[in-house]
Every structure is written in structure tokens, then in C-alpha cells.
Design a protein. Sequence first.
Length: 565
Amino acid sequence: MKKRQRFQANSILKAIKSKGRANFFISLLLLVSFLNLVVGCSYYKVKSVDANSMSSKIQPETPKGKAKYIIIHSGSQKWHLSDVTFNEGTKEVSGTLAGFDESHNLYQPKPGKSGAKYKRGKSDKTAEVHIYTDKAISDSSGQQITIPYSDISKVELYDSDSGRAVLSVVGITLGVIVLLSVIILATKSSCPFVYVNDGATYAFNGEIYPGAILPNLERDDYLKLNGLRESKGFFKLKITNELKEIQNTDLTELIVVNHSENATALMAQNGEVYTLQNEMLPINAYCNDIKVSVKPFLTVDKNYYSFNTNESTTNPNEVVLEFDNNQKSDLGKLHLNLKNTYWMDYMYGKFNEEFGSYYNSFHKKQRKLPKETCEKWRSNQYIPLAVYMKQENEWKFVENINTVGPLSARDIVVPIPLSATSEKVEIKLVSGYMFWDLDYAGMDFSKNENVKVTTLKPTTATDENGNNVTALLSEKDKKYLVQPSIGNEVTLNFATVKTSANSKQSFFFKTNGYYEYIRDYKGSPDFAKLKTFREKGALNAFSIELYKDFISDSKNLSLIALKNE
């Protein structure tokens, strides 16, 4: 077994060394895959998907070209659905019923769990889609079937849980643990995790108030919730602390938006609701003034653009997207699916390490700065994703998109004010080097429909010890729920809201809070070097230089070859 592992490690090393910088993190994924082989099992997670967004979020094939195994559930019966097509015009999914492969009946997640581990070779949980419908289906293999989205009660995507594969180190050999000390840095800095109850289990949904790492950066955050369903008469959520940080949450509210069945509801950073009904895709794309294919931006398929085509230490990376405004609308609703990169977390951690033993003193001083000073520094370092629109041949700033974390992509809408005479809309996105992953971009020019918005406060909030903490989370009053340790969690129950006739519901989790890292860096700081980070773009330059050093350091590549002697 050891010889086989060494051979696999050497093969992966050769693959890494032969790859260019743009593909380096694909190689890191190969490393994680190798770790899964060493452990002997893999992990998968269950992600709930809104039926009306199936066509963009669930592609018939994986990025590797392997067909997804789609399963139709009707009551206690199950079928495999082949030759699948999604019709966005009629809002229907069609396909051919086939016999169900029992290997896909293995390793179902236990109640209350958002995933599980499985052994490769027996089933492939990284390529499954489960569609649940209340519609009665006759058991007839080879039958053509069409199901309206409105008849679908739940959609689940089973995907590989790379985060858990990295973080679960119990039982792994010493050599692999040393390797993990490099890779795990990519996920060590985050924020509170949110899980939603889909009626049966809790599934990871995303992170709240990402980047609010100081009290003076505390802010409202609006996280779209996918797959939330009633459970025992309530909508149920969990907030957990799973990393080395102290989390302070001041407010939690569940916002329920009732809107038409053929619309998608998204929320802007200020909490305003926008509806999208006819999204236009970009017709042209330019990365740092070079025309590129628009394909990476057309679908949500994890084919990210990571703002890594420009390695100039004096300029950030830019993407320009062009849209046709055929409707001559005076409002464009820019829809982006994006997340922060794992590299950004790693890079920011290395930046903090530069302070050495002075870090905690520096952090205390940062707490006293005005919020505007902190936000200006972050903006000058290209940490937020800056959005611009071209107006009269000049780029006009629209807004900065706050960080969203690396673990889960978000769907974000940015309202773009337009002139009704504009036939072409040009949008520019600006980021530091490898700070963001952009998966999809679309522009909707339809009029906003009238929606019904209901804001709910938690009926009950209970921590991991059974304490009632509802009062701490019901008002924005600086009375925080403090979660200082790994393993802290709070379960929130919200009253249910009935869906109006001929409409559907979208859910958003409003929170307010901040978190602070727990760090104990060693060594003396280089104050002369630290002062250079006051300059605009210094963190962008630091990211580029760090990345070059990282991939040129043979130690980072050879760790995987360490043996457990």
C-alpha cells in the first residue's frame, strides 16, 4: 500500500510541476483527492437547490464530462431520469424513466446531518441529483415524463465535501498531516457557518457577515437560504462556530419574500429585494483589456474566473462584461454568482503572520479606528469586489461587494442605474490578485414586480447547552450572542409563513455582527515592511509575490511525498 501511495504522490508531483500558475489550484484539488485515497473514504455534502434555478445550478454533466445521476422521488418510489432537459420557457424538466441503480441507495445522510462519508467504487455521491415530487408516477421504465417545476417540492445536489476532506485529520498518517499543515491554511479564517433545515436534515448554506473581523466593521448581512422547508411547524436554522475565532451576533431575522413563480428574488447588500425574470447573458468579455471567451460567465458550473490573468504588482485584475439593453430599460439588475478564493484566506493569514508577536497589540489598536478608515484601507487593497459601469466613456463607481467567504458561492444582485437610451451596458469588476472566484454574470432589465415581504424574529433560540438566548438575537442592541469556542452553536426557530396563491417563497437570513480571530503568532515584526501595507495596492502585490514564492518552493510540493516510516 505504501508503494502505491508513493507512486501516486510522485505522479501528482509531476502533474503539479508541469502545470501553469493559472491551474495550480486544480493541482491542489488533486492533492486533496490523494488524501481521500489515503484515508480510504470520501465525504459528500447535500446542497438544497431551488427548483426554479435547476437549469443553471445543475448541469447534466460534471465539469469532467461525466453524466450526473439524476433520481426522481415520488413517495417511496425512485427512478433514474436519463436524457434530461430543462425548459426555462415552460419551467419544466423532462427525461426518460429508467431503473434505479441500488448502489445509489447507499450512505444516505442520517437525520440531522448535512452529509456523510462513503467508499468510492460502491457509489458516486459527487454526481447525484435528487428531485422530489408530489406528482404520482406510474412505474414504467422507458416512459417519457415531464414535471413542472411547480410540482417539485425539493431538489438536492450531492457534491463532494472538500472542506471536510481537508479538515478531518483523525486517523491520517503523520506525513499527510504535515501536508495538511500547508493546505489547511486555506480554510482556517472564516466566519459563522449557517445551516438550514430542509424538513429532514440540516444542510450547510453559507457564512454570515464575512470579513467583519473587527467591532468597527460590524454590519448587516443578507444571506439567501436555499432548501429551507418547514420542520415540525417551524423554519429552523443553525449558527455554528467551527474555527478559531470569537463570534458576536447581535441580530437574526428571517425575511420571507412571496413573488411570482416565474421570477427569481435576490436581495441587494442594502436589503432591497429585486426580481429577475429574463436574464441576459454577456455578449463580450475582456480581462485586463484582452478579449476572452464569455463561456466561464454563462452558467453556474464552478468554472471560475479567479482574477489571476494580470500579474502586475501595480495594477489590480479587471473584468469588463458587455450586455445588450434591448429593452431600453433605465435599470439593470446585475446578477453575479461568486465567492472568495481559498488563496485569499491563505494569503490574508500570511499577511497577519507578518506582525508576529505584535499581532494582538496591533489588533487592539485597529479596534479603535473609525469604521471609514478601516473600510478605506480594505478598498485600497482591492479586498471588496468593486463594480463600475461605463457612462459617457468614463467608468463610474457603483459599489463595493463585501467579502462572502470561500466555502459557498452567493447569488448577489447589484442595481445598475441606466439611461433609457443605452443600447449597450458595460460593467467592470475589479479585484486583487486571486481574491475572488466569479462563476456567473447576467443582467436583467425587466421591471421589478410587487412582492410581499415578511420579516420574522426568532420564536426561540437555544444554544448547545439548552440555554434560551432568544433575547440576545431579537434586537440590534449591542447585546451579543457570543460564541467563543469551536463547537458552539445556536438553533433558531422561526414561525412559518403561508405561500400566497400562484406564488412561491424565497428566504433571506438577515444578521448583524462581527468576529475576531484567535491567533498567537511568534517572532519579531519587521515594522519597516509592515508600513508598506499602508500604500494602495500593497496587499495585491503581496498576493502576487507570495503566490510566486509558494509555487516555486519545492518544500510545498514535496511534502506530499513524506512517508509514514
